[in-house]
Design a protein around this ligand. Sequence first.
Ligand code: UD1
Ligand code: CA
Length: 486
Amino acid sequence: MTSQGPVVIVLAAGEGTRMRSATPKVLHAIAGRSLIGHVLEAASAVDPSHVVVVIGHARDQVLAHLEEVAPWVDTVVQEEQRGTGHAVRIALAALASAQALASAPVVVLSGDTPLLTGATVRELVDAHLRTGAAATLLTAVLGDPAGYGRVVRAADGSVESIVEHRDASDEVLAVSEINAGMYAFDPVRLAPALERLTTANDQGEEYLTDVVSLLRADGYPVAGIVVEDAHEILGVNDRVQLAEAGALLRDRTNRRWMREGVSMLDPGSTWIDVDVDLAPDVTILPQTSLLGPTSIATGARIGPGTTLTSCEVGEGATLIHTWAELAVIEAGASVGPFTYLRPGARLGPQARAGAFVEMKNASLGEGAKVPHLSYVGDAEVGDGTNIGAATIFVNYDGQAKHRTVIGRHARIGSDTMLVAPVTVGDGAYTAAGSVITEDVPAGAMAVGRARQRNIPGWVQRKRPDTDSARAADADRDQPPTSEESS
Ligand code: UD1
Ligand code: CA
């Protein structure tokens, strides 16, 4: 933030009743960022000297969120929602008493318009400074302007007034240019005009929009610029609009990534949060969500059916039908299908976690493999080691978690239970079906299971006249001959 930059006021005191939610409206999120977070991000494009958010309803929740995502903003509490004009008036008063007002423009935004871009806020401020108007508003031309304030222009194209839908005559209702609720003001003109607002309107509120006709009456020009993409001013008032805004932002984000060299087979089912970073030549298959600060290196193939939250994926890695959070998948590693990587899972280069494998707080060394049906928790597995199907790292004794360490090029037989804490040395083997409770030295074969005993003729004696007994009788070429075998 710079001291010469504009002051930005964000209005967010309203209740958002139509969301029907315990969460305040502006804290609902799309693409991994709250509605107000998106607005603050757009505002940052004009390098504001101060940002003030007007809060009211559910102020504790909104305040806590702002402290987390935008600790640089100031807040002003509007105890009662007495209108947009009132909200700006108290924000301005707080700024004035903090001596934060200079000659730079005051930008007013709404906290519920997540599609607004920084480029448009910049354009608003630039247009305002260029024309020297006392106020400049952002407008949009809509096919269905219902509900919005209408922009009434004079013959010379300057803005004469804004008339709220509920206060408008039929003639004004026919105007398709609407007030987006985003403005730049000359602070010297704005403050006195706000003092003159009345509540003589259908809602009995102080309308910020009435500032326009007051400025005009005093002979100050008001300009209006039409936003290029009307989607940018879409306000979210209910869950339907939240989903619409989410889909529009998804499309915008996906188009940007595709232009930067990312392939998407089905952009409509690909959801990428704003903090995700993708390299060129990443391929994303259908039904995939990349959430949080996930990063994917070049050549990686993600999906179908994959959700990654805050993961790091290396060059050329592949993830199929995977659910992963806070996991690191290094170059050339492969994951899936149907794999669950929990926080702290780490696959080294060329490592593999295959079908129905769950990993947590565990690392696989370079080229190490867990191909099938295993749980790997609290463990370190060395380079080139193979974990046989259905191996379980028994990390929990009912009270505490323990670690398992396996060396390089070890071979863990199928269905091994590794009862932690336990260590298996470099190059060691375990026999299939073993329960390993003691450390295995390097190069040893650990066998931890009961010896097999065969009881000849048991079925014919104990289960006569069954299909099994008849099948056994028919197999005369190879009758059971020994008491035991392994
Ligand atoms: C406002 C404009 C309307 C414009 C529309 C664009 C006014 C009078 N009308 O109408 O011309 O077309 O936005 O979406 O400004 N808020 C407060 N405190 C208040 C009242 C509102 O913080 O006392 C906040 C709300 O939480 C919201 C924003 O201001 O974020 C806009 O208020 P809202 O009541 O939704 O205004 P609209 O009726 O939509
Ligand atoms: Ca609104």
